[in-house]
Design a protein around this ligand. Sequence first.
Ligand SMILES: NC(=O)c1ccc[n+]([C@@H]2O[C@H](COP(=O)([O-])OP(=O)(O)OC[C@H]3O[C@@H](n4cnc5c(N)ncnc54)[C@H](OP(=O)(O)O)[C@@H]3O)[C@@H](O)[C@H]2O)c1
Length: 298
Amino acid sequence: VNILELNILVIGKNGQVASAFCDISKKYPNYNFYFTSRNELDLSKPDIVFNKLNELDFSADIIINTAAYTAVDKAEEEKEAANNINNLAVAEIAKFCAKNNILLVHYSTDYIFDGSGNEGFLEDNTANLNPLNYYGKTKLDGENAIKNSGCNYLIIRTSWIYSHIGNNFVKTILKSMQEREVLQIVDDQIGSPTYAPDIAEATIKLIERLAPNNIKEIFNIVPAEQISWYEFALKIQKSALEKGYNLTTKEIKPIASKEYKTPAKRPKNSRLSNKKLNDLGIELPDIKTSLNKIFDLL
Ligand SMILES: NC(=O)c1ccc[n+]([C@@H]2O[C@H](COP(=O)([O-])OP(=O)(O)OC[C@H]3O[C@@H](n4cnc5c(N)ncnc54)[C@H](OP(=O)(O)O)[C@@H]3O)[C@@H](O)[C@H]2O)c1
């Protein structure tokens, strides 16, 4: 039962997580959602973010920042844009939240860690905070900017997001499976593919559990299964065949990261522990269930 009446400003409109909030907003009549696209609030210009937020004709109790520079490889080149959007603009949003007593809900990533070991990283792990790529660095700097601002925050770390919109592994692989006979997929990076609508639902549950108290917390939101990209590709293939897709691909071969060079280095261990989330009684559906949902929408 929703007992809170809340005004929720979602920064981002057309992204995977932002769209998921758009889709589920009708389910929560007590929450008054307002979405800003980059036309209304451009995070690549951090200097004007505070004033733009002030000028909005919407008095937010909560700001959910789904917007980010998410092109991990391109970030190695476009460093200024990535840093503006993922770090400096986030600092301004946090400053605005601190001044106006707004809870800031912000998304971060497994790429803030160094990728060592084979356990899921816990929320309070600081020993392994050492990003391997520039995108990860800007996301970690963004987290720290929030912590230093004094605002109430809920930093949500997640990984390998997919949805029926935007660019993601599921859509890319499905297309390749309809065009190519053999696919080679990396088998030595392990993490949890996470469905954007599951992230949005779990975020609302977290807010309902924790707000309106003062919150300064980090939570991982990921499903329980931890698999490689190769294993994820096999699951996608299975779901696609079950849904009646006619696939060209006859063989999927596992390869090592070193055989698939990318401009940005990726962590081998992308696992995030979901214990803290589960201890609150919140669990994400398994990957198969979420893949079934995405195939119904594609
Ligand atoms: N994608 C992943 O695999 C992944 C993994 C771990 C964590 N995360 C984090 O999860 C969050 C959501 O990711 P996502 O996959 O939903 O992202 P996405 O689909 O790539 O969408 C990016 C969003 O950022 C907005 N945006 C980009 N540049 C902007 C700018 N200059 N000004 C204002 N808005 C701008 C876009 O705006 P428009 O709506 O106007 O297009 C869009 O809504 C991000 O914080 C990301 O770092 C993502």
